[in-house]
Design a binder for this molecule. Structure first.
Ligand SMILES: *Cc1c(COP(=O)(O)O)cnc(C)c1O
Length: 364
């Protein structure tokens, strides 16, 4: 079976990671130490942003950004329904109301025209999601946010390394969230996340709030979170950060080959804006025969999966925020993720492509 993703590491990376973990063990300092400080600095440098604040996971990074930017009770937040459920959970847990917007049928990212229709008086922020690694239209987003006085928090959890007009995503808004969940492009050996910002005050407050809100030991001016990126994860991520560009490059090559080789079949691909570069986190095709194709692939030894099968606005936990989203509902029935990871061998990818071609020949 050709897997959708493969988290195995090469021997050299494994050795380097083991050495990094050993160093943490020897340091006897497991939380808020030198490894985290070092990784935060390197991560901020990589992104081209001033501050990075490591937390327990991507959801907490989103929550921390909302909290520190003053988005909470009584506020509504524009976002998409076609995303990880944790985008909405972060908004709701901070006491705000998510307003689900529809997606652009080409880029599959937030449709600003729909956001404009759904804007309310209490809308305070917008959380675009760079879904599958593909940058949302950040020019239009920034214009829209400026016009309506909205805070921008980029959900960049799937998009480390993606760029828009040559700048990395996560650097365009008031703050951004990244996730180091193992399957993400920059994955830890466990949970992790980071919030980034260019604003000194925002960064300072975020650092206080991730550690309970204490301004000095055991003295709490604020009631914050208990969510930090631990030293072991920071040490591991610092090792993996060194090769993120190389591994994203491999993903880009694989995605490009899919598009070239599947060209001509009754399929649609996610479109990347002309001045953008996707992080190629997930490779998505769209077809009316999605379920049939998925079954056929499975029968012939190819894994595929659906991200995401259930739009959030239709799920019990979120349907009190129901909103009419025709594109989202239609597209969620058409999307299928194909095997994509930096270790995918050409012969395996060729088998995936060949199997898809056979399916469409049979079902023409
Ligand atoms: C992974 C992900 C999250 C949540 O990150 P965790 O680290 O799992 O908390 C949020 N939003 C998006 C778009 C994601 O892909």
């Amino acid at each position: 079976m050709i897997p959708l993703i493969d988290l195995s590491l090469d021997k050299k990376t494994k050795q380097t990671i083991k050495a990094a973990i050993s160093k943490v063990l020897e340091s006897k300092n497991y939380i808020l130490g030198a490894r985290l400080e070092s990784f935060e600095k390197k991560f901020a440098e990589y992104l081209g942003v001033k501050y990075a604040i490591g937390v327990g996971n991507g959801t907490d990074a989103l929550r921390l950004a909302l909290r520190v930017l003053g988005v909470g009770k009584g506020d509504s937040v524009l976002t998409v329904s076609m995303t990880s459920p944790f985008t909405a959970i972060a908004i709701i847990e901070e006491g705000s109301r998510p307003i689900f917007c529809d997606i652009d049928t080409k880029t599959l990212t937030l449709d600003i025209n729909d956001a404009l229709r759904k804007l309310t008086r209490d809308t305070k922020a917008i959380i675009p999601v760079h879904i599958y690694g593909n940058p949302a239209n950040l020019d239009r987003l920034r214009l829209f946010a400026k016009e309506h006085n909205l805070i921008i928090i980029e959900d960049s959890c799937q998009a480390i390394g993606a760029t828009f007009k040559g700048k990395k995503v996560g650097t365009f808004g008031n703050a951004a969230a990244f996730s180091f969940y193992p399957t993400k492009n920059l994955g830890g050996i466990g949970d992790g996340g980071i919030m980034v910002t260019n604003n000194k005050k925002t960064a300072k407050m975020a650092k206080l709030l991730r550690h309970g809100g204490q301004t000095k030991r055991f003295w709490h001016v604020h009631r914050g979170f208990n969510s930090r990126l631990d030293e072991i994860q920071a040490a591991i991520l610092e090792v993996k950060l060194k090769t993120i560009d190389a591994s994203n490059k491999k993903r880009a090559v694989i995605s490009k080959k899919y598009i070239e080789d599947l060209n001509g079949l009754p399929l649609d691909f996610q479109e990347v804006l002309p001045l953008a570069q996707s992080a190629n986190h997930i490779f998505i095709i769209r077809t009316k025969n999605r379920n049939g194709l998925k079954k056929f692939l499975h029968k012939h030894g190819v894994m595929s999966d659906i991200y995401y099968p259930f739009p959030l606005h239709m799920q019990p936990a979120f349907n009190m925020f129901y909103s009419k989203l025709p594109n989202t509902e239609r597209i969620s029935k058409e999307i299928l993720a194909l095997p994509l990871h930096p270790n995918l061998a050409v012969k395996d990818q060729d088998k995936v492509i060949e199997t898809i071609k056979i399916y469409f020949k049979k079902n023409a």
